[in-house]
Write a protein that binds this ligand. Structure first.
Ligand SMILES: CCCCCCCC/C=C\CCCCCCCC(=O)NCC(=O)O
Length: 596
């Protein structure tokens, strides 16, 4: 339609309305004018309020960025308190060597701290992984130096990094929301209390995606964190600041959190190791996840490190006493079980390459097959395992994190500055249920998996109760399948792709079937790097399915990913964390002696 035609049309409509208006009685005319005025005033007030709110949020971001720059500057200044030669010397130490040097007094806690402040800054330049340095760390290190030389606590002087949502007194837990800036935690969470009691020094907080329910890493306060070697790819999420920092050498040990894979995705993407214990082995007092009120999908904190061995040492130390249970009686009083971890133990392990819901790209399947062979060569018994009803399990997972139909996320992101990349996901949540039903009907023939995801959210309390009942049943069904085969643990892919491009994860949420199932089951689940994407894997992508937009996206983002790290996932029922770690350690030991 040409502009002049449009103009003529508008004029005609206006004339028509105007003649109708003049034919009305004076009182009705007054009523129409007043109502129009009120409606206009309402919308104008709303727009102004919204504008002022956004302005205030931008000011908060600016203030926080100034504070962050000052925090980085200060850390840089402190990191220069030791000579470059000494720093290089400490820098080259692995976890065991540094810990031994700290305990023997060969390295002082302040020296270790200054070295890691410097290394973290270098990692930050590559990845944008740091939110704030913890300025009290210097005092804590000095206090440790002044403490009597014996007995040295197990993590004496070891600098440790924390995902931003692990509460530290005096520091925010923003979860990437601007609205939650400048609301510092009033006390340390139990994990931080324990780290300090063990002699560890929390020294830096790391970036997360806004809302935490994502395996990418960007938010409007601190920006986007990238993979240490590929700016255009994500370091993962939601513990993506941790994986980038550790992957780039800026920390030897960090704490992440996991509700659907937030430790395992980033470890796999960045080529490091990590484990999410079952939630009953760590306290969650004061710890906020993406969405509160998930009785059957709980948050699990856990260690992330360059290697499995460091995770083991950390967990041995934290579970060496009843420290956690004494502070939080809702946790189980279970200490480290060395019998399960003993070297040479042989386990029966169920394995699968494909969960039947989302076929992994070639490198991720190869990683499982090669790990199977390695574990067999070490005396473990590997048997094929078909995880039960994964299609239903993913719907249970989505339903359990969206018990309110996504309201909590919509309200929090809707009232904040939003990264536009979240639009598509929030768009789905925004749709009223009857539109979701229509959409489901329309997409069923071409995109049946999305249609299935659209059935996942409970619509009333009765459906919610049924959802919880279904999860309880699923847990026992899964355990029974394992018991029938005499399985101690499961070996499977971590997800579907290696580190994807930043914008992919929020669209490709369906891959959470591989990680989310173990949150649903509350199993211990960890990730260890075992290989890298090869040219042959890239070529094999030609045969990868393209039957729906999710598959096409997975294929597209995996193209050209040669050299990217690939991990495998190991999982076992609650209180079998040590079994998971033993298997991960066996894989790691094999790779230590053979370059992959
Ligand atoms: C109308 C249907 C809408 C479906 C919307 C799907 C909602 C999200 C479901 C899955 C998200 C998958 C990403 C999970 C990544 C890891 C999340 C995690 O562990 N976060 C930590 C935390 O929550 O604290």
């Amino acid at each position: 339609m040409s502009l002049s035609k449009l103009w003529d049309g508008l004029n005609e409509s206006f004339d028509c309305l105007s003649s109708h208006f003049h034919s009305l009685s004076p009182n009705t005319q007054k009523f129409v004018i007043t109502s129009a005025g009120l409606v206009t005033a309402y919308f104008a007030t709303h727009c102004v309020k919204d504008y002022l709110h956004k302005q205030r949020l931008h000011e908060i971001v600016e203030k926080r960025q100034t504070e962050r720059n000052e925090s980085l500057r200060r850390a840089d200044e402190f990191s220069r308190k030791i000579t470059e030669a000494r720093r290089n010397q400490i820098s080259n130490m692995d976890f065991d060597t540094l810990l031994a040097a700290l305990k023997s007094g060969e390295v002082k806690p302040t020296e270790a701290l200054h070295t890691y402040q410097w290394k973290a800054l270098q990692a930050h330049k590559r990845t944008n992984c740091i939110t704030l340095f913890i300025k009290e760390a210097d005092d804590w290190a000095l206090q440790l130096e002044k403490s009597p030389p014996e007995p040295r606590p197990p993590l004496y002087g070891m600098p440790m990094s924390l995902k931003e949502c692990v509460p530290v007194k005096g520091y925010d837990v923003t979860r990437g929301y601007v609205n939650e800036c400048f609301m510092p935690s009033e006390r340390d969470c139990v994990m931080v209390e324990q780290i300090k009691a063990l002699g560890g020094i929390p020294f830096v907080q790391t970036n997360v995606p806004q809302c935490l329910l994502a395996y990418s890493c960007y938010n409007p306060i601190y920006g986007t964190t990238n993979h240490q070697d590929h700016k255009d790819r994500t370091s993962g999420g939601s513990s993506g600041g941790e994986s980038a920092l550790i992957g780039a050498g800026g920390s030897l040990l960090g704490i992440g959190g996991d509700v659907g894979g937030s430790i395992r995705f980033p470890c796999h993407f960045c080529g490091i190791a990590g484990i999410k214990p079952s939630h009953i082995r760590f306290s969650h007092r004061g710890v906020q996840g993406s969405v509160p009120g998930r009785p059957l999908i709980n948050a699990s904190d856990g260690p992330m490190a360059p290697d499995v061995h460091t995770c083991v040492e950390f967990l041995k130390a934290t579970w060496s006493s009843h420290f956690i249970h004494e502070r939080d009686p809702y946790t189980a009083p279970v200490t480290w079980n060395d019998k399960h971890f003993t070297k040479g133990n042989h386990f029966t392990i169920g394995y699968y390459l494909d969960d039947g819901w989302f076929t992994p790209t070639p490198a991720l399947q190869r990683a499982v097959l090669e790990s199977k062979k390695i574990l067999e060569s070490q005396g473990h018994v590997l048997v094929p395992f078909k995880p039960p009803r994964i299609k239903e399990a993913i719907a249970m997972f989505i339903g359990a994190v969206s018990v309110d139909g996504g309201r909590y996320l919509l309200e929090h992101i809707g009232n904040d500055l939003m990264d536009p990349r979240y639009k598509s996901l929030l768009g789905l949540y925004k749709l009223p249920f009857f539109i979701q039903d229509i959409l489901r009907f329309l997409v069923q023939p071409i995109y049946p998996r999305l249609a299935h995801a659209l059935t996942a959210m409970p619509r009333n309390t009765s459906e919610l109760r049924k959802k919880y009942e279904a999860i309880e049943q699923y847990r026992y069904e899964y355990i029974e399948e394992m018991q029938k085969l005499g399985l101690d643990a499961i070996l499977c892919p971590v997800t579907v792709t290696p580190a994807p491009h930043h914008e992919v994860p929020v669209k490709l949420f369906a891959v959470v079937s591989y990680t989310g199932v173990f949150n649903l089951l509350d199993f211990a689940a960890g990730t260890v790097p075992v290989t890298q994407v090869t040219k042959a894997d890239d070529d094999a992508l030609a045969g990868y399915p393209t039957i729906d937009p999710w598959y096409r996206l997975a294929k597209e983002t995996t193209k050209g990913a040669i050299g990217l790290s690939v991990g495998v996932q190991v999982a076992a029922p609650p209180f079998r964390e040590e079994v998971v770690l033993r298997i991960m350690q066996d894989l790691e030991n094999h790779h230590k002696h053979t370059d992959y």
